[in-house]
Design a binder for this molecule. Structure first.
Ligand code: AMP
Length: 194
């Protein structure tokens, strides 16, 4: 199963991906986690990315593509993956398309977690208090939501035009949301198998 999880910051992509990877038996690839690891390790990529991430803006497409290409070349993605946090703009959607075509691993499904902005803001406040991520600061969250609306929302349209997008209500108990995503994946696979 090759799945992209879309949705605004704080919509639960990471939480749901961590649950789904167990059920689907494929790795969870989070570009945000990879960048945070690079920042923590003080790599050249991390040094370049830190200020951009703290401000809630997007790190450059070139850095992300190089990172993703390297990750998707590893052995553990042979049976698929759950991609969380990529693509975040149309150029990245296009780059992903080409990359997956090149390695002969087209996407099976794209699921968008739908969560209204008020709920996002409340969730990020809770995460900010617990984890102190600079980009969960309420001022930065508003900027991240703006970046999402302007740059990432068109990615959902891109996949919808290809008949690949499933929208799932991301509000509710964790188990309930996981069950909704699994139902969407089952529907997608039934449709794909005619
Ligand atoms: P996330 O944990 O997915 O919310 O990502 C945290 C931050 O990492 C984002 O606000 C961006 O600054 C950066 N980031 C993660 N994924 C991408 C991406 N695909 N393109 C650009 N920046 C990204």
């Amino acid at each position: 199963m090759r799945l992209v999880l879309l949705g605004p910051p704080g919509s639960g992509k990471g939480t749901q991906a961590a649950r789904l990877k167990v059920e689907l038996g494929v790795p969870h690839i989070s570009t945000g986690d990879m960048l945070r690891a690079a920042v923590a390790a003080g790599t050249p990529t991390g040094l370049m990315a830190k200020a951009v991430m703290d401000a809630g803006k997007l790190v450059s497409d070139d850095i992300l593509l190089a990172m993703l290409e390297e990750r998707l070349s590893q052995d553990d993605v042979k049976n698929g993956f759950i991609l969380d946090g990529y693509p975040r703009n149309l150029a990245q959607a296009d780059a992903l398309d080409h990359l997956l075509a090149k390695i002969g691993q087209p996407l099976d499904a794209v699921v968008k977690l739908d969560v209204p902005n008020e709920a996002i803001i409340a969730r990020c406040e809770i995460r900010f208090a617990a984890e102190h991520r600079k980009d969960d600061d309420p001022v930065v969250v508003r900027d991240r939501l703006k970046v999402y609306a302007e740059q990432t929302a068109p990615v959902a349209d891109f996949f919808e035009r290809r008949g690949k997008l499933q929208v799932v209500n991301g509000v509710g108990e964790l188990d309930e949301v996981t069950a909704r995503v699994k139902r969407a994946l089952a529907d997608e696979s039934a449709a794909a198998n005619g």
